[in-house]
Design a protein around this ligand. Structure first.
Ligand code: NAP
Length: 289
């Protein structure tokens, strides 16, 4: 039997309608309109598309946004100066530095410079520390989006074995943290796999929840999936000119899994939605709400 398709786009639309109401209510009560400042350095076309999509989503929910576009040869000091300016700008609630940054710039130095109260990507060590300790301020956008998809698809998480493929700071590691926390939509038993993991397929076959975030097109095959498992595909890999595929061989795996998210239309829209949620939260914090 074919799996339930977890439609990230539809879930994202639903969450965004709720957010739009919350944004309007905050503005009516306090006069504060949440505002996201996006920083784009260089002319990587994929990054430009990501930033445009994020700005469009802001518009859709009544969140203000400003794009700061800097040339590829921008120095670290120049970028740091902009970040400090945005940190001090009371009309800006969230700061997004689109990655990757050009190689002359130390990404960590920039991300660390964003004030934790405007760090809507949840990359700052203070915010990561709060997540580790189970008392988050901002939740990391992609893992939070995945968690919402698990909830919306009716996937039971508590006590289940979740296997996360990938241990990046942006996806794999925080994903594992969210699912292992004590609390709602968590309490899973989590295994994290990476490029040095041995017997990977043996491990993935024991997963009730399998989350793929490795950046390898269609790496996860049907043989690697336990029948009935929920499979969330974070991967976004461009193959050829236009085609976007995930880390999961969707057509085969959907015949084995109980539920599966597609690419595109899965995690991507949810990641953006969670960024909007964090921007609203940042504005609330700034307004003392
Ligand atoms: P990343 O920083 O490159 O990390 C990839 C991880 O996968 C690493 O931990 C790596 O292991 C592991 N890995 C690589 N090959 C492997 C293999 N053959 N077997 C097991 N593990 C392997 O990537 P990322 O930033 O986490 O992103 C992962 C994917 O998600 C990419 O396709 C990216 O475009 C996508 N993504 C999508 C969204 C979204 O919103 N949809 C958001 C973020 C990322 P090592 O640590 O040992 O190197």
């Amino acid at each position: 039997m074919s799996a339930q398709i977890i439609d990230g786009k539809a879930i994202a639309q639903k969450v965004r309608s709720g957010l739009a109401e919350e944004v309007a209510a905050l503005q009516a009560k306090t006069g504060v309109q949440p505002h996201l400042a996006a920083v784009l350095v260089g002319d990587d076309p994929a990054s430009a598309v990501y930033v445009r999509n994020k700005q469009r989503a802001c518009e859709q929910t009544g969140i203000g946004s400003t794009l700061h576009r800097l040339p590829a040869e921008t120095t670290q000091d120049e970028l740091l100066q902009l970040v400090h300016q945005l940190n001090n700008d009371e009309t800006v609630h969230g700061i997004l530095c689109q990655l990757p940054l050009p190689e002359q710039i130390d990404e960590l130095a920039i991300l660390d410079a964003v004030t934790p109260l405007k760090d809507v990507d949840a990359f700052h060590p203070e915010n990561v520390g709060l997540i580790v300790q189970g008392r988050p301020r901002f939740l990391p956008c992609t893992p939070h989006g995945v968690q919402q998809m698990l909830i919306e698809s009716g996937t039971e998480i508590a006590g289940k074995h979740a296997v996360v493929l990938g241990r990046s700071e942006i996806v794999g590691k925080p994903m594992a943290l969210l699912l292992m926390q004590k609390g709602a939509a968590a309490n899973a038993t989590v295994t994290v796999c990476h490029s040095r993991t041995q017997n990977l397929a043996e491990i993935t076959r024991t997963a009730d929840i399998l989350i793929a975030a490795i950046g390898k097109p269609e790496f996860v095959t049907a043989e690697m999936v336990k029948p009935g498992a929920t499979v969330i595909d974070v991967g976004t890999n461009r193959v050829g000119e236009k085609k976007l595929v995930g880390d999961v061989a969707f057509d085969d795996v959907k015949e084995v899994a109980g539920a599966i998210s597609p690419v595109p239309g899965g995690v991507g829209p949810m990641t953006i939605t969670m960024l909007l949620k964090n921007t609203l939260l940042a504005a609330r914090l700034a307004a003392g709400e």
